[in-house]
Write a protein that binds this ligand. Structure first.
Ligand SMILES: NC(=O)c1ccc[n+]([C@@H]2O[C@H](COP(=O)([O-])OP(=O)(O)OC[C@H]3O[C@@H](n4cnc5c(N)ncnc54)[C@H](O)[C@@H]3O)[C@@H](O)[C@H]2O)c1
Length: 249
């Protein structure tokens, strides 16, 4: 079943990890995907993978923290496909530093990519979505938004910001039937946690997760497809937690 047949989906940070898996997963459901990533080579390789499995993709070299780059990506996507239906704000970085040692530029870089990036991409598609009277925005937060992140206060703040931003945007866009939701993964098997944790630390976290393992990027595809599909028409301003039960409330 192709639940997203002929929908156009932008996925930021789709060159690797969760974003790549989401791009491939949306394409499996019939979406044509814009693979937007700061790493041009990875974006091109994901475009080829989508095409090799019979889908349609466009690779856009994009820095989500840069207003002009984001606008160019959205303009090129519109030129390529003629409309836009889905935006997944996934691009993110997770450098580590204590607050005491954190430079203002470290703070700005993380907020700039993770939070301002989501704002810039959402703003850039909102004109088209408002004109169409349809559209889906899905942003990726993190359990760190709720639990905090020792030595990554900028990251936790950016991810908490995603939730407040998304609820606010959901209120603004609801009158035009545009929905804005958030997916909250727990620790997921990509390069990101390996940038700041050893395999041993990851293994010990997995043991504390009620479902007995850390997440795989594929675990997030079902929720993303659902929120992007007609089945989620009446869901907006929500955060869906996909974490094997590691935080419950
Ligand atoms: N992996 C986890 O444990 C985990 C848990 C919770 C949330 N998340 C979030 O999920 C998202 C994806 O994480 P991941 O684990 O796949 O990370 P990853 O590091 O494997 O991939 C991140 C991607 O974002 C791209 N990117 C970085 N800066 C960019 C920029 N300025 N513009 C465009 N692209 C940029 C990178 O090139 C890369 O392709 C992130 O927002 C992350 O914070 C990850």
């Amino acid at each position: 079943m192709e639940r997203l047949k002929n929908r156009i989906a932008i996925v930021t940070g789709a060159g690797q990890g969760i974003g790549r898996t989401l791009a491939l997963g949306l394409a499996r459901e019939g979406a044509k995907v814009v693979v937007a990533d700061i790493n041009e080579e990875n974006a091109a390789s994901v475009k080829s993978r989508v095409e090799a499995s019979g889908g349609t993709a466009f690779a856009a070299s994009t820095d989500v923290s840069n207003e002009d780059s984001v606008q160019t990506m959205v303009d090129e996507s519109l030129r390529e496909f003629g409309k836009l239906d889905i935006l997944i704000n996934n691009a993110g970085i997770f450098p580590v530093s204590s607050v005491e040692e954190m430079k203002e530029e470290d703070w700005d870089r993380v907020i700039g990519t993770n939070l301002i990036g989501a704002f810039l991409c959402s703003r850039a598609v909102s004109g088209t979505f408002l004109q169409q009277g349809s559209g889906r925005i899905i942003s990726i937060t993190s359990g760190r938004a709720f639990q905090g992140a020792k030595n990554a206060a900028h990251y936790a703040s950016s991810k908490a910001g995603i939730i407040g931003f998304s609820k606010s945007l959901a209120l603004e866009l609801a009158p035009r039937q545009i929905t804005v939701n958030v997916i909250c993964p727990g620790i997921t098997d990509t390069a990101q946690p390996r940038g700041h944790q050893s395999e041993e630390q990851i293994y010990s976290q997995a043991q504390k997760i009620p479902l007995g393992r850390i997440g795989q990027p594929e675990d997030l595809v079902g929720t993303a497809v659902f929120l992007a599909s007609d089945a989620a028409d009446f869901i907006t301003g929500q955060t869906v937690i996909v974490n094997g039960g590691s935080i419950m409330w």
